[in-house]
Design a binder for this molecule. Structure first.
Ligand code: 5AD
Ligand code: SF4
Length: 443
């Protein structure tokens, strides 16, 4: 209440995807320039930012109810500034200020470079909304210094936005058209991260394999970027997410076989196994094309573990069409999968179509999840007895335990003081739990 001693404190709540985790770090960094330090306690914050996600239903309602829950805090600390960022901010805009007068600023993902100015306006009692898609490249406005990374892994945004317009998806509307960062900037940022001890970088983008950044000799695709990143001394692991099947070009597929640093795990959403539904989703590929693509990726890197996103109960989905999705899952064999019940997003073409009854969608979701859980367990169980490389990140839940990720992105626990954060070591896997593996150092 009143004057706080020391620097001002910023609490950011992050919803949704890894892009938002990254954006929250960039916002924290931008506000750091204004004298704010990050806190994990809302009750001591001078500024609260909800970095929201709009990908599925009820997101906006959840944000409104979370904002409602901030009322007592604002009542106790009238100087507290409240901001809404992310895709709900983009989609709802000034409506948020109308419904929630306690909010001071609303900032869309394309406008985070304006956050410090908006915070100053808020301090002067002025409310601001910025959900424009600026014509300039927003990357030019972000500090070139890398986001503060915690530990040996970091995210690095290389691409934003999406031009695909899948008929169920809000991303092209909330995040705008595809923009790629110039390769030299990505490489500089990666070098900076590695200089601070980062050993694994996950390249981020809403449609990351559509990357087409300016580079030496012309435009670079993601494969070329990955190869250049692999040349950075000390960068041991590279991943990327999320991809569209149609953007897996030959060079990127070849990179999976040729670049040792490119990890053998690929998140490649297919959404459905029915050609009619894929067409209605405007995915622009068939189930067969996806299966052939998987074959080519596995030919390049036989041990690659694949994961996918699935939507069940898309408008008009019949039982036979749902079965086609289960068939595709059986044919591929996924190491992990994220599955969602279709939810109508206002403004998207699919939202105009009659929905599948909720009980049917619920039932399909359960059946699909049972199948992918089975596959996930099988993929984990297949690791038992094998020796895999693990990058240790942090202490596990049990005393003395360290946890890290295998090349295949499995969480692995090891109880051994030699398993230091930042170390990559071979681990012999001895057990497979519901969500993680356990093992012992093997050298
Ligand atoms: N309904 C359900 N799931 C959706 N996704 C995106 N939009 C919707 C929607 N309207 C899922 C897709 C996407 C993942 C990030 O979220 O499967 O790949
Ligand atoms: Fe949305 Fe992904 Fe389709 Fe782009 S490719 S519209 S982000 S689901």
């Amino acid at each position: 209440m009143g004057e706080t001693a020391g620097p001002k404190k910023l609490w950011i709540k992050t919803y949704g995807c890894q892009m938002n985790v990254y954006d929250s770090e960039r916002m924290a960094e931008a506000m750091g320039g204004e004298g704010y330090v990050v806190t994990d306690r809302a009750d001591e914050a001078d500024m609260v930012i909800l970095n929201t996600c709009h990908i599925r239903e009820k997101a906006a309602e959840k944000v409104y109810s979370d904002l409602g829950r901030l009322r007592p805090l604002k009542a106790a600390r009238p100087d507290l500034k409240i901001g809404v960022a992310g895709c709900v901010a983009q989609a709802e805009g000034a409506e948020i200020l109308r419904r929630m007068p306690l909010v001071d600023l609303v900032v869309g993902p394309q406008s985070y470079h304006r956050l410090p100015a908006m915070a100053k306006a808020a301090a002067a009692g002025e409310k601001t909304v910025d959900t424009d898609f600026p014509a300039e490249d927003k990357f030019d406005h972000l500090p070139d210094r890398p986001a503060p990374s915690r530990g040996p892994t970091a995210f690095l945004t290389v691409q934003e936005g999406c031009d695909k317009f899948c008929s169920f998806c809000v991303v092209p509307y909330t995040r705008g058209a595809e923009v790629s960062r110039p390769a030299a900037k990505v490489l500089d940022e990666a070098r900076g991260l590695v200089a601070r001890g980062v050993r694994e970088i996950t390249l981020l983008g809403q449609n990351v394999n559509a990357y087409h950044g300016a580079g030496e000799g012309g435009e670079w695709g993601l494969g070329r970027l990955v190869r250049a990143l692999a040349g950075i001394e000390g960068l041991e692991r590279i991943r990327y997410t999320t991809s569209h099947p149609n953007d897996m070009d030959d060079d990127l597929i070849a990179a999976h076989g040729e670049v040792a640093e490119l990890m053998p795990y690929l998140h490649l959403p297919v959404q459905s196994g029915s050609d009619r539904i894929l067409k209605a989703m405007n995915r622009k590929h068939t189930a067969e094309a996806y299966l052939r693509l998987v074959e080519r990726i596995r030919a390049a890197r036989p041990d690659v573990l694949l994961s996918s996103d699935f939507i069940v109960g898309f408008p008009g989905e019949t039982e036979a069409e749902f079965d086609a999705t289960l068939d595709l899952i059986r044919a591929v064999g996924f190491g992990a999968a994220f599955s969602f019940k279709y939810s109508a997003r206002p403004g998207t073409p699919a939202a105009e179509r009659p929905p599948v009854p909720a009980e049917i969608a619920d039932d399909r979701l359960q059946r699909l999840q049972a199948l992918v859980t089975e596959q996930q367990r099988a993929a984990q169980a297949a690791m038992v007895g094998r020796t895999v490389k693990v990058l240790f990140e942090k202490p596990g839940r049990m005393p003395g335990q360290m946890v890290g990720k295998s090349d295949y992105l499995h969480a692995v626990h090891v109880a051994d003081p030699a398993a230091m954060p930042g170390r990559i070591a071979p681990v012999r896997i001895t057990e497979s739990g519901p969500n993680s593996l356990g093992g012992v150092l093997a050298g």
